[in-house]
Write a protein that binds this ligand. Structure first.
Ligand code: FES
Length: 123
């Protein structure tokens, strides 16, 4: 039921792990299943210089986490904020409709990590 790209990212996820002393962290939980995703970012010159994730979740949640780290890397914060769950699903060759709620996590976690950075950065 998963596309080839989803299976590829699920079995070989990119950018797994944590960033030491990250500039921003986003944490979201999926109310439907109780799974949890963390996204860590390092920001340099208004760009996402590094990004990593830790996800306790299903294949769709892991594949979308992996894909969003690839899409967001080296983007400006404004560009990264505009990434949507449909951008991620499209790049993954689609997700089964029943799994779309899992793909919300990745876009939400990234947005929260950016908000966390913006809240903490010296004004
Ligand atoms: Fe929990 Fe997909 S079933 S994130």
């Amino acid at each position: 039921m998963y596309s080839k790209e989803v299976m590829e990212h699920f079995t070989h996820p990119r950018n797994v792990g944590e960033i030491e002393k990250p500039d921003g962290v986003g944490k979201v939980g999926n109310p439907v299943c109780g799974d949890i995703m963390h996204i860590y970012i390092r920001v340099r010159d208004n760009r996402i210089a590094d990004i990593k994730f830790r996800t306790m979740g299903c294949a769709a949640a892991i594949a979308t986490s992996s894909m969003i780290t690839e899409l967001a890397k080296n983007k400006t914060l404004e560009e990264a904020k505009r990434l949507t769950r449909s951008d991620i699903a499209e790049r993954l060759g689609g997700l089964p409709p029943v799994k779309m709620h899992c793909s919300n996590l990745a876009a939400d976690a990234l947005r929260k990590a950016i908000e966390d950075y913006e809240r903490k950065k010296p004004k």
